[in-house]
Design a protein around this ligand. Structure first.
Ligand code: FAD
Length: 499
């Protein structure tokens, strides 16, 4: 039976980050991945020799001294992850389709703020008050500084106020409120359910800067793989834990794998969806209240995605850009599974190079809810019924119409290459309900994070601290600090950041 210091379950950005941090601190680590390849939502796929992103598309946090810049530097992969910043006119559009209103909002906090001043001259004090609140929360969030992170979450007053409450207290202008809450599609929680503080923690980074990464999530996977070859790490794909065995004093003594082998480890961290963790942990060691709490977490929405290409477009002017198409100003309704009609649609344009060819790629995704696809839930990839195919074809047609209405110049050259529903995401990414962000992190909710009732089992991942790759990585840094010890970890961080 092989022995490890640490087992990490799940090889998305959280699992990759934690595995490398453990190895860099002298621990022998085992990384387990249920799918055939490591990377989770970072993985790209290729159709017709064109690369497309499955999950991760863009991120904030890349400003100088930004949290992502720091995390990548500590991991020794900063040089391999090359941000392509979205900047200038046309790179960030918000479109209210019914009202025929287009707001051109380039990134950069001041650009965004002053852009709003221009569009809403009567609302400048509301806009200033909003950005002041975002700044206050963002700057007081110690977890956005690696030197100060810790398991006990610091809270501010805005953790107990919803985004909707704050917006309602500032203005009655529905378009302004919608623009200020539009990023909720990037974390999957309605304005009336998310705390203003968590909204500010995600949106604050996106206001500062928005970047795509050269070669998308694949750049991260390659960079981690390079670092892993120099480290004391074993990786097993198509593998998971089927049983936590030999439990004494709430400590798991042996981890039985799905191939029948067993391994031992001092500790193990799950970076997968909380609901999937419950399936693996032995029920008799968990309290009823714990089970009820975890079972009550709602899973976030997923996306219906259209992957396309514009043929013969000029790569020099094509992208990157993001357009957010909003059929109404009611973001609460747009994130509600019961809402009928079009959903909020994000259209990302980017130039992706593969085999020396530049491709003008379009990735369009609209929130989609598993509960609305229940009738096909039992089907699997390649074996779906005909009416599911018809549903997909209708969605693709409508999304194509909306894309062409915004960019009529591409009408004749836009080709859809593929499409995916939440069922596709569920089956390829092993994510419950094809969710994009793990659980919905609602106001007042106590997420699953840190040590579990079994004392050598920990939880990290996108459902733990904040959704998105920054929140997912951050959760792994915090867990690594717990496992390695505060003093040693702080010394390690200082050392790596000063290199
Ligand atoms: C369509 C879409 C668009 C998105 N866009 C963005 C974006 O633009 N920017 C952004 O920051 N975030 C985005 N996200 C969210 C982002 O991808 C995630 O927050 C982040 O990548 C999650 O990382 P993770 O490691 O926590 O989980 P995941 O990437 O989901 O990784 C979990 C891994 O665990 C594996 N696994 C599952 N069960 C088991 C098991 N029992 N045993 C072993 N392994 C298991 C899975 O196969 C997977 O590899 C998007 C997500 C989706 C789906």
């Amino acid at each position: 039976m092989k022995r490890y210091d640490h087992i990490v379950v799940g090889s998305g950005i959280s699992g990759l980050t934690l595995t490398l941090l453990m190895a860099m601190n002298g621990k022998k680590a085992l990384l387990l991945e249920k799918g055939p390849h490591i990377g989770g939502s970072l993985i790209r796929f290729y159709k017709k020799n064109i690369p497309f992103d499955t999950g991760f598309h863009f991120t904030g946090g890349f400003s100088s001294g930004g949290i992502l810049t720091d995390m990548l530097a500590v991991l020794g992969i900063g040089e391999q992850i090359k941000p392509i910043f979205l900047s200038g006119s046309g790179s960030g559009l918000f479109v209210f389709e019914k009202d025929n209103l287009v707001y051109d909002m380039p990134s950069g906090t001041d650009n965004f703020r002053l852009g709003l001043h221009k569009y809403f001259p009567q609302e400048t004090s509301a806009i200033e008050a909003y950005f002041l609140k975002v700044k206050k929360v963002y700057q007081s969030t110690v977890s956005l500084d690696l030197r100060k992170i810790g398991l006990s979450a610091e809270t501010v007053d805005e953790d107990y106020l919803s985004l909707q409450q704050v917006l309602d207290s500032l203005t009655t202008n529905d378009h302004l409120k919608a623009l200020l809450s539009a990023f909720c599609v990037c974390y999957g929680v309605k304005p009336k359910e998310i705390s203003f503080a968590n909204h500010a923690r995600v949106a604050g980074g996106l206001y500062e800067s928005v970047a795509r990464i050269e070669n998308g999530g694949e750049a991260f996977i390659r960079a981690f793989k390079n670092r892993f070859t120099q480290s004391n790490i074993d990786i097993c794909c198509n593998t998971t834990i089927s049983e936590c065995a030999d439990i004494k004093n709430d400590c798991v003594g042996k981890f039985v794998l799905n191939d029948g082998d067993s391994v031992t480890a001092t500790d193990c961290t799950f970076t997968i969806h909380p609901r999937e963790i419950l399936k693996i942990l032995p029920r008799q060691h968990l309290r009823k209240a714990f089970l009820e709490r975890v079972s009550a977490f709602e899973t976030s929405h997923g996306f219906f995605s259209v992957f396309g290409v514009v043929e013969n477009a000029d790569p020099l002017t094509f992208g990157p850009s993001i357009a957010s198409l909003l059929p109404s100003t009611d973001l609460n309704g747009l994130l509600d599974p019961r809402q009928e009609g079009d959903g909020a649609l994000a259209i990302i344009r980017s130039v992706e190079t593969h085999a020396n060819k530049k491709n003008c790629v379009v990735n369009a995704f609209e929130p989609e809810f598993y509960s609305n696809l229940k009738q096909w839930a039992d089907s699997s990839v390649g074996k779906r019924p005909a009416d599911y195919g018809e549903y997909k074809a209708r969605k693709v047609q409508r999304i194509t119409q909306r894309f062409c209405a915004l960019y009529p110049q591409y009408r004749n050259n836009f080709k859809v290459i593929d499409a995916a529903s939440v069922l596709t995401f569920r089956d390829y990414l092993f994510s419950p309900e094809g969710n994009a962000y793990g659980i919905k992190q609602k106001m007042g909710q106590f997420n699953l994070f840190g040590k579990l009732p079994l004392v050598n089992i920990y939880v990290a991942g996108q459902s733990a601290v904040l959704p998105g790759i920054v929140g997912a990585m951050l959760s792994s840094f915090i867990i690594a600090r717990s496992l390695i010890g505060k003093e040693k970890f702080n010394h390690f961080i200082e050392g790596e950041l000063s290199n």
